[in-house]
Design a protein around this ligand. Structure first.
Ligand code: NOJ
Length: 549
């Protein structure tokens, strides 16, 4: 497939993106860690051109760069190389070529707010106040001593990973800023050489064939120029929430930097970015969205399992994104509890299928997280044995959910190592991996995996599900969320029963010459093509999609 063909350039809107956490996807050399060759060996699962594969359009790789792993790769020691544990630049280029050959795009994770403290830039910067790298990070003097003789901090900012956002560097006799761990110093985006170097990183990967980027915590790149303290706030859980974060992110200067970055991405056709909005509001997200530059606003990720919660959140976002800003939809990622577990109910995997239907049919680009197509649940990893660094610092002032639990190995087949590794996996496989794996679920037409394949391939074949407008419809039952997706002359209706009981609903009429609906897919195995009556009863936790006919 020619990926530069202009008819292919709105893949970022039509397509489905699949997040791979490289460490946990597939291990090709038995060291217990996933790697690039492992990913390449499993591309058939993602896209082989047939409905026997998931049918996705792009993979997003969580960081693959050399890293001491203080934050599992989100502390980058070299932005333009590949960590030897994952492979080599040549191996990466091979992977990109293999993806492109099957019409899959490749998105990299760019962590540009901070580097690793082991990055050569920081090593040079922390060595002294002179020298070419002296201003590459955010250094400040201490404003004096407290009554007990401790050095005062430059301001009241907190680290999102617990404790103050400042660490003392004896060599410079200054503090440096870190929004996350002390091993993740924040880069100084106001310093022109830093900006130029980071844009060079983008250029390098674009030249190596990368199609897009996920921008880690992009709205923290710029801080208040004078680093003024944040105003205090009452309430909330943990010290982070006891201030209003108005000075440590969302600064006006960000707009210019984003414009430069996007211009660079746009130099070749078909590029895209998706920015991770850090701890922000829907209105902030809407302000940053631009064509083929998406924003994760996480509207859906924290919701309770009710039709009212989802309906309300979708309506609020539709309003904020009016008239035509394009959303990114996500239910799980490497930072949050997996949604199959969050939504666990009395009827096994039924809710996971409803959730998959929502993700694949809601207006916006779906982002899947590896393993969700199996309805993989969280691992249970107590904080005491956590690998996730902030989990090891958790306390009353710093409540934290151990993210290891959402990062367990992918299960490919039954047996020891689950097809993930022939060695010792870095985290254990899920206890149910013997049955909840790709090979076993592939043989079961009623499995969550089979449903993901069907629903994504239906989306691929149905333009109104990809790009149509969206209107939520009143079904007459508060537990059923339904919406119509409409393009000129075509429509589809989606009905999702969130309840563990049957629900009788009314459907709106279709479009113009096609006022009725013909069933396309139902989790209950109703016959495709059957005309739907205006009033019908959905089974408990049933999801169905019908096409205007
Ligand atoms: C957001 C990433 O998703 C998370 O995993 C990481 O710890 C922080 N940014 C810091 O880079």
């Amino acid at each position: 497939m020619d990926l530069t063909d202009s008819s292919q350039t709105d893949w970022w809107r039509r397509g489905v993106v699949y997040q791979i956490y490289p460490r946990s996807f597939a291990d090709s050399n038995g060291d217990g860690l996933g790697d690039l060759a492992g990913i390449e060996a499993h591309l058939d699962h993602l896209q082989d051109g047939t409905a026997g594969s998931l049918g996705i359009d792009a993979i997003w790789l969580s960081p693959i760069y050399p890293s001491p792993d203080f934050d599992m790769g989100y502390d980058v020691a070299d932005y333009v190389d590949v960590d030897p544990r994952y492979g080599t630049i040549e191996g990466f280029e091979r992977l990109v070529a293999a993806c492109h050959a099957r019409g899959l795009r490749v998105i990299l994770d760019l962590v540009l707010n901070h580097s690793s403290s082991r990055h050569a830039w920081f090593t040079a910067s922390r060595a002294g106040r002179d020298g070419p790298y002296a201003d590459w990070y955010l250094w400040r003097d201490s404003p004096g001593r407290t009554l007990t003789g401790k050095r005062r901090l430059p301001n009241n900012w907190r680290s999102f990973f617990g404790g103050p956002a400042w660490t003392w560097e004896p060599a410079r006799e200054q503090f440096y800023l870190h929004t996350f761990l002390p091993e993740q110093p924040d880069l100084n985006w106001r310093h022109p050489p830093v900006r130029a170097a980071l844009l060079d990183v983008v250029r390098t990967w674009r030249d190596r064939g990368v199609d897009g980027f996920r921008l880690d915590v992009f709205n923290t790149y710029f801080k208040d120029a004078q680093l003024r303290s944040n105003p205090r706030r009452v309430g909330g859980r943990g010290a982070w929430s006891w201030q209003r974060h108005v000075n440590d992110r969302n600064q006006p200067e960000l707009a210019g930097a984003l414009a430069d970055l996007r211009r660079l991405v746009d130099e070749h056709p078909g590029g895209m970015t998706v920015g991770e909005l850090f701890d922000g509001k829907l209105q902030d997200a809407a302000g940053y969205v631009a064509p083929h530059h998406l924003i994760f606003d996480f509207t859906l990720i924290g919701l309770p399992w009710t039709a009212a919660a989802f309906g309300g959140a979708i309506a609020a976002r539709d309003a904020a994104f009016r008239p035509d800003r394009w959303p990114a939809n996500v239910l799980s990622n490497h930072d949050q509890p997996r949604h199959a577990g969050r939504y666990d109910g009395p009827s096994g995997d039924a809710r996971a299928k409803v959730a998959a239907t929502l993700l694949a049919t809601l207006r916006g680009t779906p982002f899947l997280y590896y393993g969700e197509e199996l309805a993989q649940r969280n691992l249970v990893v107590p904080n005491a044995v956590a690998i996730d660094p902030p989990a090891r610092r958790a306390s009353f002032l710093f409540p934290w959910w151990n993210r290891d639990q959402a990062r367990g190995p992918m299960a490919w087949r039954p047996g020891p190592g689950g097809g993930f590794t022939t060695g010792d996996p870095w985290l254990p496989l899920s206890p149910d991996a013997a049955t909840r794996n790709v090979e076993t679920e592939s043989t079961d037409p009623g499995s969550v995996l089979s449903w993901y394949r069907r629903v994504i391939w239906l989306r691929r074949a149905t333009p109104q599900l990809q790009v149509g407008d969206q209107s939520i419809v009143d079904t007459g039952d508060r537990d059923v969320l339904a919406y119509v997706r409409r393009t000129e002359g075509a429509a589809a209706v989606v009905a999702l029963n969130f309840a563990d009981r049957p629900a009788t609903i009314r459907l709106p009429s279709g479009v113009g010459a096609a006022p009725g609906w013909a069933l396309a897919l139902s989790t209950q195995g109703r016959d495709p093509g059957t005309p739907l009556p205006a009033e019908l009863t959905l089974d408990s936790n049933e999801a169905l999609i019908a096409i205007g006919s």
